[in-house]
Design a protein. Structure first.
Length: 335
């Protein structure tokens, strides 16, 4: 029995080039969608393409207690590629930044945090937060606060400015009226901390997690804070149906006592606002913001739900109000 050798191929062998992966042009992270759809098949890796290619830079003006707490909170949330903690006391700012950075491996944070002196490092940041200086360890306020805001406006003409202190409503007003900053670029984040505090006490009364409480805050806290209780819900149920009238009345009287929020709540609120702005996710945090027009008198900043984009305020949102709540909001505008 004989076997024949395989016939030789008549076509010459040609080496094929090794496929090359296209260059990475956008950062991506795995999605947790867990389901195959027409746009996401089992053979494909789901990615979230909304993450910008270059992570933003966030600067914090003032390395006091609030500023240091802000730096740590932002680093844990992974909102920035770099955080600059800045103060006239540059050595103190550098020390705090180093302390937070050294805790990063324990807290699983890879955010780069640097400390430095003002004002040069304000330039180039995508978001600037006003906190308070090391000297005196208080929020920026009065003439010093206005000087700090002017410093930011002069060094960085494009960044969103978030005034993080409880007393920064006036800074928002002065930034627009006195310094001529675009009203869409400067907001105050403290009302979001008040909203969180109210959600917490409502949750205790309703016997549900605070994450299941939905409400907002308008007006001018603390004395002119307006909570639209008619629209508030707990566990998906209207508070009017979930709580007795006496309990609702007691909650109303407790709102003013929740102001001012402490540094941890203020830092968490500011980080939430920054995250909403950078993501453009449609979330509507409550912020001090200037209205588009004023009929009479000086312009006043009010707490309002805001839709945010990376460049600032996209829209102020006024929720449905009862006649009583509308009167309270008008009083806050006139105050």
């Amino acid at each position: 029995m004989t076997t024949s050798a395989p016939a030789a191929s008549r076509a010459p062998a040609t080496a094929r080039p090794i496929p090359r992966e296209p260059p990475v042009t956008t950062a991506a992270r795995p999605s947790n969608c867990g389901a195959a759809t027409a746009a996401c098949s089992p053979a494909m890796s789901c990615v979230d393409t909304r993450i910008p290619r270059t992570m933003p830079v966030i600067a914090i003006h003032g390395a006091g207690t609030l500023g240091g707490t802000l730096a740590r909170t932002l680093s844990l949330r992974g909102l920035a590629g770099k955080i600059r903690l800045l103060d006239n006391s540059g050595d103190v700012a550098e020390g705090k930044a180093l302390d937070i950075r050294q805790a990063g491996p324990i807290e699983r944070s890879d955010t780069r945090i640097v400390g430095g002196a003002l004002p040069a490092d304000l330039a180039g940041a995508d978001v600037v937060l006003l906190a308070g200086p090391v000297a005196g360890d208080a929020e920026w306020s009065g003439e010093k606060g206005l000087d700090a805001l002017q410093q930011v406006a002069e060094m960085n003409r494009r960044a969103l400015i978030v005034c993080a202190g409880a007393g920064h409503r006036e800074l928002v007003e002065q930034g627009v009226a006195t310094l001529g900053i675009d009203r869409r670029r400067v907001i105050g984040s403290a009302p979001e901390a008040l909203r969180a505090a109210i959600r917490a006490i409502v949750a205790l009364e309703a016997g549900c997690p605070a994450s299941e409480v939905s409400l907002t805050v308008l007006g001018a806290p603390p004395d002119r804070a307006v909570v639209p209780w008619s629209q508030a819900t707990a566990g998906g149920v209207s508070l009017d149906g979930a709580l007795p009238p006496a309990v609702l009345a007691r909650l109303r009287t407790r709102v003013a006592a929740l102001w001012p929020p402490g540094p941890y709540a203020l830092a968490a609120a500011a980080a939430h606002v920054v995250g909403a702005a950078l993501a453009g996710s449609g979330r509507r945090p409550t912020c001090f913001a200037m209205p588009a027009t004023e009929r009479r008198g000086p312009a006043r900043a009010l707490a309002m739900p805001v839709e945010l984009a990376a460049s600032g305020v996209a829209r102020l949102v006024e929720p449905p109000l009862s006649p009583r709540e509308r009167e309270e909001l008008q009083a806050a505008r006139a105050d």
